[in-house]
Design a protein around this ligand. Structure first.
Ligand code: NAP
Length: 260
């Protein structure tokens, strides 16, 4: 049983869909006030309404430093404190190298990597003032561990997040602030749904657990990183992928058997 976090405040960027929506709902269930951040206020408020009166929506683009400062200010104004940040907003448009433009590269980096930095920077004054904070970054297996054609820029941004986490965790340790990363495998989300049924079938065939994950799988790990009990864990990353990165080859998945 983890110490209750009820009454504290979590900010979830990219909280209106997919993994972020799962994070927002899980932290809401755990009794935290939740600020759901996305570019679309309507979508953010829709998820906040699903959670209840302890949640609210806020429109901000994490590529914009002033917008990140604004979501931090809104959390303080509405809830009086910031305890947890889930820096989760991210995009994964595909472009192979022969067609990838500098603008494509910049857009992915600005959202996924710089957006993580700007979100973290915005909440630090409030966390430092209380000498307590939990930051959970949503990275990926793609980049730090694996690759996939079309996602060179995406993989670079996700690997970059882990580099950011390691140094930031050192700088923040004296303040009682931890920073860790979750590394999802393939998780059913609105963003992933666009990749189509063929993608899902092939992915399921390459995962030892033979299914994609759910947002709740990521949210449960994030809630642990946010707990009091995780106070001595910082700068780390946790793969949550149903075993997807484990097989050495397709042969490792043949004739697995299992319960009838
Ligand atoms: P998703 O379903 O497409 O949702 C993305 C969320 O991010 C939405 O709430 C979106 O809302 C928000 N967002 C996008 N750009 C933003 C910006 N510039 N500023 C603020 N919010 C922004 O995506 P997802 O699949 O849940 O992915 C979420 C995170 O998990 C990403 O960091 C992704 O890299 C990571 N991840 C996902 C998977 C997977 O299998 N799904 C695997 C590994 C890692 P608006 O459009 O309204 O802004």
């Amino acid at each position: 049983m983890l110490t209750a976090l009820a009454g504290r405040t979590a900010i979830i960027t990219g909280g209106s869909k997919g993994i972020g929506r799962g994070l927002a709902k899980r932290f809401g269930e755990a009794g935290l006030n939740v600020l759901v951040v996305a570019r679309s206020l309507t979508e953010a408020e829709r998820v906040a309404a699903e959670i209840g009166p302890s949640a609210s929506g806020f429109a901000a683009d994490v590529r914009d430093a002033a917008a990140c400062q604004a979501f931090a200010a809104a959390a303080l104004e509405r809830y009086g404190r910031i305890d947890v940040l889930c820096a989760n907003a991210g995009i994964f448009p595909a472009a192979r190298l022969d067609v990838m433009t500098g603008d494509d590269f910049d857009t992915v980096m600005d959202t996924n990597l710089k957006g993580t930095f700007l979100s973290v920077a915005a909440v630090l004054p409030a966390m430092k003032a209380r000498r307590w904070g939990r930051i959970v970054v949503t990275s990926s297996i793609t980049g730090p561990i694996t690759g996939y054609p079309g996602w060179a820029h995406y993989g670079a941004s996700k690997a970059g997040q882990l580099g950011f986490v390691r140094t930031a965790a050192i700088e923040l340790a004296p303040w009682g602030i931890t920073m860790n990363a979750v590394m999802p495998g393939n998780i059913r989300t609105e963003g992933l749904d666009g990749l189509g049924p063929d993608y899902f079938a092939k992915m399921e065939a390459s995962i030892p657990m033979a299914r994609l994950g759910g947002a709740e799988d990521i949210a449960n790990a994030a809630l642990f990183f946010a707990s009091e009990e995780a106070a001595y864990i910082t700068g780390q990353s946790l793969v949550i992928d149903g075993g997807q990165v484990l097989p050495e080859s397709l042969a490792a998945l043949e004739d697995l058997g299992g319960p009838a």
